[in-house]
Design a protein around this ligand. Structure first.
Ligand code: UD1
Ligand code: UDP
Length: 361
């Protein structure tokens, strides 16, 4: 059996890493394709080296561009590779343009698609990620849902039980396997002159929050209201709008370029609370027991809100300050036990061997 693994952006590399490592451990026949939707060292290469991942066999060099441009060029570049390699399955993870393009290219060639993190829904159709998720789920053969909630969404949309597998989230595997190393190796607190529990962490790159300079200015005003020092590793999408519009940063901010996984985990584990619009960071905060405030009005990770780990505040300063001051009760991580990658490969391999004798008869 041959497995193709597609990645394209920072969170895909991090969340696919446990699957890649498990393929390597089992000595499976697999190869990695990288769309290069993310290509800057700090959104891309740094994660391959830190997570000790093998180099991709194919780089599609797609880079930045509009939605149609990115999605279309991935389709065009990927098709001949899938035709010549003929994998039995293509694994994709998440909700980016890389994911939807990869799933569509494989589906049209009758190559099975495994969607890791299937069934997430924000019910906000203005998010580009929401259409990517829905389309990908509806053309996938293996829907690797995280919790019961995603299983319910998929069933509600008429997807058959036989395709749905509740397996948890590979982010738990990634976190558990990297956390100790991150703690030992990262010097980020010293470098940024931060004290444990003496700062808030911020990340923001959602199109709805940063593409419009007025929305981004609201985020900047939020930062000024945060009661303490704020550390912000700024995504390049956000940096671009800040620079183009000459937006000044508030005094309580220690900003930095995007950081690697060890540094980010260290920043997250040691902050007072995190303020974010990232999907993955909402999950990681919840898993690490760090209070989270999300600058959005909807989330496709409502489990984090349900357990009390996360509060949605949109770009409302008053709501954000109240959320930062809320009493915190300990919660249980809803995203799995760190064995999700093993389950995914058990299912993909098991299905393959179960089907093999039938096709030979
Ligand atoms: C993409 C995903 C988003 C995911 C995020 C993870 C889509 C529609 N969006 O958003 O779901 O949460 O990745 O971080 O697929 N840039 C660089 N260097 C890079 C990549 C991007 O400088 O390596 C800059 C460019 O100015 C680019 C902008 O960031 O135009 C946006 O990049 P893009 O890949 O389009 O979207 P993200 O915001 O990164
Ligand atoms: N992350 C990182 N460095 C940073 C910011 C985030 O390593 O400077 C990691 C973080 O730990 C999480 C992932 O990137 O695993 C989240 O990616 P992002 O917020 O870009 O995308 P999303 O999850 O919103 O799709």
């Amino acid at each position: 059996m041959k497995i193709a693994i597609l990645v394209g952006t920072r969170p895909e590399i991090i969340k696919m890493a446990p699957v890649i490592r498990e393929c390597r451990k089992r000595k499976l026949d697999y190869f990695i394709i990288h769309s290069k939707q993310h290509y800057s060292e700090k959104l891309d290469g740094i994660f391959f080296s830190e997570l000790a991942l093998p180099s991709p066999k194919y780089n599609l060099n797609i880079g930045s561009g509009g939605h149609a441009n990115q999605t279309g060029r991935i389709l065009i570049e990927l098709e001949p590779i899938l035709m010549s390699e003929h994998p039995d399955v293509l694994l994709v993870q998440g909700d980016t343009n890389t994911v939807v393009a990869g799933a569509l290219a494989a589906h049209k060639l009758h190559i099975k698609v495994g969607h890791i993190e299937a069934g997430l829904r924000s019910f906000d159709q203005t998010m580009p990620e929401e259409s990517n998720r829905i389309i990908t789920d509806h053309i996938s053969d293996y829907l690797f849902a995280v919790t019961d909630l995603q299983v319910g969404h998929l069933k509600h949309e008429g997807l058959p039980d036989s395709k749905i597998f509740q397996v948890g989230n590979t982010i738990v595997d990634a976190l558990l396997s990297h956390r100790a190393h991150a703690e030992k190796s990262s010097r980020i607190l010293t470098e940024l002159k931060l004290q444990k529990s003496g700062y808030y962490l911020l990340t923001s790159h959602r199109a709805a929050n940063v593409d419009d300079p007025d929305a981004l200015k609201e985020i900047i005003q939020l930062i000024a209201k945060i009661p303490g020092k704020v550390c912000w590793p700024i995504h390049y999408r956000t940096q671009k709008v800040l620079k183009e519009n000459k937006i000044d940063l508030p005094m309580n901010l220690a900003w930095t370029e995007p950081v690697g996984y060890s540094d980010f985990l260290n920043l997250l584990s040691n902050c007072t609370a995190v303020i974010t619009d990232s999907g993955g960071v909402q999950e990681e905060a919840c898993i690490l027991g760090v209070p989270c405030v999300t600058i959005r009005d909807r989330t496709e990770r409502p489990e984090t809100v349900d357990v009390g780990a996360n509060v949605l505040v949109h770009r409302n300063a008053e709501a954000m300050v109240a959320a930062l001051n809320r009493p915190i009760k300990p919660w249980t991580n809803p995203f799995g036990d760190g064995h999700t990658a093993e389950r995914i490969l058990d299912i993909v391999m098991g299905e393959h061997f179960r089907l093999a004798p039938q096709t030979q008869d």
